[in-house]
Design a protein around this ligand. Structure first.
Ligand code: CP
Length: 320
């Protein structure tokens, strides 16, 4: 139940999409409305539109990815763009080339849009300032993952329509989650109530300043929320002593059939992936009827098509 276009008066003027923090409510709605239009293309037998014909899209990934990289690739191809992939291990970054030099060299070959995932927060912003090409953040350190936030919000709006007053919980490692930051910025701008649930060591108190409530006891708020967006436990941080053990984490915060049975009956269960089955979410819940995890992935394609078209259009129209 996506709402009808609310934002026809908005003209998108950004050549880069770096995060949801800097976007207005109207800009966020404009992307979502544009994505809604692109969703129809995915239902056609020939899933192609000519919007980016003759343009070159580059995937520049310095960290692993399955969903985001494949989704941007398919989005670019559905828009008839040419696509180039560069991954860190096979790039001259391993020989010491700077990010800006890499970007400028690729731009010199005619790249129009750079999709960048980088371990360093702020890397996409640096590249955006350094290039005439559009830059889209596909996840930078613990900062933001704006298209994940947008596709999550798009998926919530398909079910709930207007999110004003909707109760959305983000569960898990908030501290290290770029997905959480993008969700929080986007959801708060659309008027949702956002709760953060997890161990004290993984939720900075400063998140209260963004208007979120914080809960250390999941079971106390289990029937309060309309949506539980469950974050991946970042196993690579296991040795940092942020929680006692994976087993204890599962006991206190894992979403399993028992906890699902105490949630609202139509609760929406989300997860950005990749999933640690049996840790933050059980098999039964991940594959159950309340789960929209694969719907999120499908919607990501429409959202990314919208983003690619909007940034390229802005660059051409405004020289932004
Ligand atoms: N959700 C997400 O960013 O997944 P990938 O790391 O597979 O891209």
């Amino acid at each position: 139940m996506q709402r009808a276009a609310l934002t026809t008066a908005v003209t998108w003027k950004r050549k880069d999409l770096l995060g949801l923090e800097e976007l207005s409510r109207e800009e966020i709605l404009h992307i979502l409305d544009t994505a809604n239009g692109f969703k129809e293309i995915s239902t056609r037998s020939i899933k192609k539109a000519p919007a980016l014909r003759g343009k070159v899209v580059l995937n520049l990934f310095f960290e692993p990815s399955t969903r985001t990289k494949a989704s941007f690739s398919l989005a670019a191809q559905r828009l008839s763009a040419d696509l180039v992939d560069v991954v860190k291990e096979a790039s001259s970054a391993v020989k010491g080339e700077t990010l800006v030099d890499t970007g400028r060299n690729l731009e010199a070959m005619g790249v129009d849009i750079v999709i960048i995932r980088h371990q360093q927060a702020g890397a996409p912003a640096l590249l955006g300032r350094s290039l005439d090409a559009c830059v889209v953040n596909a996840g930078d350190g613990t900062h933001e993952h704006p298209t994940q936030g947008l596709l999550d919000i798009f998926t919530m709006r398909e079910k709930f329509g207007d999110l004003a007053g909707r109760k959305i919980a983000l569960v898990g490692d908030i501290t290290h989650s770029r997905v959480a930051r993008s969700n929080i910025h986007g959801l708060k701008k659309l008027g949702a109530e956002v709760g953060l649930v997890g161990p004290k060591t993984l939720i900075p108190g400063a998140f209260k300043d963004l208007g979120c409530s914080i809960h250390y006891n999941l079971d106390e708020v289990i029937d309060h929320y309309d949506v539980f967006n469950i974050l991946r436990i970042q196993m690579e941080r296991q040795n940092k002593g942020l929680f006692p053990s994976v087993r204890e984490y599962h006991h206190l915060y894992g979403i399993d059939g028992n906890r699902l049975s105490r949630m609202k009956t139509d609760v929406m269960i989300m997860h950005p992936g990749p999933i640690n089955r049996g840790i933050e979410i059980s098999q039964q819940v991940a594959d159950g009827k309340n789960s929209v995890i694969l719907q999120q992935v499908s919607n990501g394609l429409s959202v990314r098509m919208a983003v690619l078209v909007l940034v390229q259009s802005a660059k051409e129209a405004h020289g932004a």
